[in-house]
Design a protein around this ligand. Structure first.
Ligand code: ADP
Ligand code: MG
Ligand code: MG
Length: 251
């Protein structure tokens, strides 16, 4: 489903390019939840930003195909319309725009890009209600401005409501567990399972902690260090990293 081959990427623009990804190769087939772990500064968020097409990240070598398409040739909104979803480590606030407005606009612009009819207000509200319930959020919360005054946990739950509504085939989730208490972690983890655990979907789950992987059980675990994947294994690799640390495991 996602095939990343020898990916090299820089940040900082053409004036002052800083190489971050240095030959990253990773394949994620449909049906798989693939956890990415790795030390701070390894390039995990850079990978997620490059996959999303964020400006300021330049690919200098290598390729990424998504369902056989050249992902890097697509604009960010085309990537989203093709079924890619990015979850952010630090979700942004959008004062003056309610979650309901934002989510409906996001969904209908993707539907439009795919040549589908927009959902009516009623159809959309029903869908939003369903997905909000999955994340134990009520509609009053969705009527509030996007992320304004939301706690860390509420932001992540709202983001998972968005994922449920957009129903992507591939999600890249960057430290979705950061700032979550135990209850919110369970709710968000269960949401990820319910929305994304399917034979025709896949997830790249970037995390530092086993506690999320206790809820969202990965099929594979890879270690990203120094801009490359340096080790791949099963769920037991995450347990070893947690017990022994990156240095011991990568030595
Ligand atoms: P991780 O998510 O694995 O902690 P990042 O991908 O966020 O790592 O960062 C990798 C490296 O790239 C870090 O050294 C970071 O400081 C650097 N970096 C990331 N974004 C920028 C940027 N816009 N300008 C300069 N350096 C950056
Ligand atoms: Mg980091
Ligand atoms: Mg990061």
């Amino acid at each position: 489903m996602l095939e990343i081959t020898n990916l090299h990427a820089t940040v900082g623009g053409s004036e002052n390019p800083k190489p971050i990804l240095k030959g990253l190769t990773l394949t994620v087939p449909a049906g798989e939840i693939h956890a990415i772990m790795g030390p701070n500064g390894a390039g995990k968020s850079t990978l997620s930003n490059v996959l999303g097409g964020k400006p300021g990240y330049d690919v200098t070598e290598g390729s990424v195909t998504f369902n056989g398409q050249d992902l890097l040739a697509l604009d960010p909104h085309e990537r989203a319309a093709a079924g890619l979803f990015l979850g952010f480590q630090y979700p942004v606030e959008i004062p003056g725009v309610s979650n309901v407005q934002f989510l409906r606009e996001a969904l209908n612009s993707q539907r439009k890009a795919r040549g589908e009819e927009p959902l009516s207000g009623g159809e959309f509200l029903k869908l939003a209600k369903d997905k909000a319930a999955l994340l134990q959020m009520d509609m009053d919360m969705l009527k509030r401005q996007v992320n304004v005054g939301f706690s860390g946990g509420e932001k992540k739950r709202a983001e998972m409501v968005q994922m449920g509504i957009l129903n992507p085939s591939f999600a890249v989730l960057d430290e979705t567990d950061s700032g979550l208490d135990i209850d919110a972690l369970r709710i968000v983890g269960a949401g990820i399972n319910s929305i994304m655990r399917a034979p025709d979907k896949a997830v790249l789950l970037i995390t530092h902690y086993q506690r999320l992987l206790d809820v969202v059980k990965p099929d594979k675990v890879s270690v990203l260090a120094g801009g490359r994947i340096v080790e791949t294994g099963g769920p037991e690799l995450a347990l070893r990293l947690e017990a022994e640390g990156y240095d011991a495991v990568m030595a």
